[in-house]
Design a protein around this ligand. Structure first.
Ligand code: CP3
Length: 345
């Protein structure tokens, strides 16, 4: 692929500005997505490769972002392990969470044919997309997927059942993480074979564990997935939300780029992270619900001194876009990033 500003940036090539895309860019912030949702459920959109490809490309047209991210969900892995999930207005709800994991694990049944429709979606996107817009594939990281499988929903933001299992019965917890990791490796490598351009691993709940435990016990699982993808020559972005200062303990074997949440300073992150790793982030997505472009502009201007000197940086939000973000604000941010003077002469 030629001239993708995002791929150049990941390689550390100096471009005139940072590339811009958003986590959850293909969702309810787009009027075109909400219109499709009047006709189809989220699940119908995900399962139908033609529709999923169409939704993937909506933000490229509607917002002008520099990348498309596959329209799917991290919870396809538990589904391919045989768990039933309802996507409700309040988020995903599992019919039978693994509240007694030790006795339920033997009934998990890995069926990778349930992921086939996603590879078809990738094939269609590749035919339809503009050549210099890269396609980002993704998967949930093992710990975040584990949290959902044990807890069964996201109503309790502490995922207390999942954490309890992690401390009470370490053997069962590691066994479950192993099952998730094995299927995730197969899934991620298949996405690479279908020629995604970049892979992002979402560890949304890294911050639920003490960082020493995360680094010691969870990161080896992460590394197995990202190494398998990197071996296919697909660059990797890792999003360990809430990992804080422990990002200093990540190395380039894990990821080419680390995505920084909005709780952490991007300047500080740059100072402590391995010098071979680039960064992504980290505008607070809640600012995009404020109906005042001056306030948003002030926040964007703060990134200029950073972006002026650091070329291996992708502009993004510090977590996914929110349903109540204002579409015009998101579009404003894309236009602003693209037209600002980054003083990169
Ligand atoms: O980023 C994108 O635009 C690509 C598609 C994508 C979705 N989910 C679509 C989606 C991606 C990358 C995800 C990742 C995901 N899914 C994560 C990790 C990243 C994060 O945001 O923390 C997690 C934890 C999930 C699980 C999940 N799926 C939740 C908690 C929810 C409910 C919250 C919400 O936004 O409604 C979903 C449903 C979901 N996944 C929607 C979309 C567009 C909303 C479905 C709808 O009602 O239209």
């Amino acid at each position: 692929m030629q001239n993708s500003i995002l791929l150049d940036t990941i390689k550390g090539i100096k471009r005139e500005r940072p590339p811009v895309w958003f986590m959850r860019q293909a969702g309810r912030v787009l009027p075109s997505y909400s219109k499709l949702r009047e006709k189809y459920s989220f699940r119908e959109l995900m399962l139908n490769p033609e529709l999923a490809a169409q939704v993937t490309l909506l933000p490229v047209n509607d917002l002008g972002v520099d990348a498309a991210i596959l329209f799917s969900d991290i919870l396809v892995i538990p589904e391919a392990l045989g768990m039933k999930i309802n996507f409700t207005d309040k988020g995903p709800v599992f019919e039978t969470p693994l509240s007694d994991a030790r006795n339920q694990i033997p009934y998990l049944n890995s069926d990778s044919s349930k992921l086939e429709h996603i590879y078809k979606t990738i094939d269609i996107i590749r035919k339809q997309k503009t050549a210099n817009i890269p396609l980002i594939g993704f998967c949930g990281a093992p710990f975040t997927t584990f949290c959902y499988m044990v807890q069964g929903n996201s109503a309790n933001h502490n995922f207390s059942e999942a954490i309890k299992l992690f401390y009470n019965d370490r053997e069962t917890a590691l066994k479950l993480l192993e099952i998730i990791t094995e299927l995730s490796i197969e899934y991620a490598v298949s996405q690479a074979k279908h020629r995604i351009d970049i892979f992002q691993l979402f560890e949304t709940h890294a911050g639920l564990l003490p960082s020493d435990l995360y680094i010691e016990l969870i990161l080896p699982f992460v590394k197995r997935i990202t190494s398998a993808v990197k071996a296919k020559e697909v660059p990797v972005i890792f999003f360990p939300k809430g990992l804080g200062h422990a990002i200093s303990r990540l190395n380039p074997d894990i990821a080419d780029i680390v995505s920084i949440d909005w709780q952490f300073s991007i300047v500080e992150a740059w100072e402590i992270i391995d010098s071979k790793i680039g960064l992504q982030g980290n505008l607070d997505p809640r600012i995009l619900s404020v109906d005042n472009k001056e306030i948003i502009t002030k926040e964007l201007e703060k990134f200029v001194p950073f972006g002026r000197n650091e070329y291996k940086w992708i502009f993004n939000t510090g977590h996914g876009l929110l349903p109540d973000n204002i579409f015009e604000n998101v579009k404003f941010v894309v236009d602003w990033i693209k037209s600002a003077n980054w003083y990169r002469s």
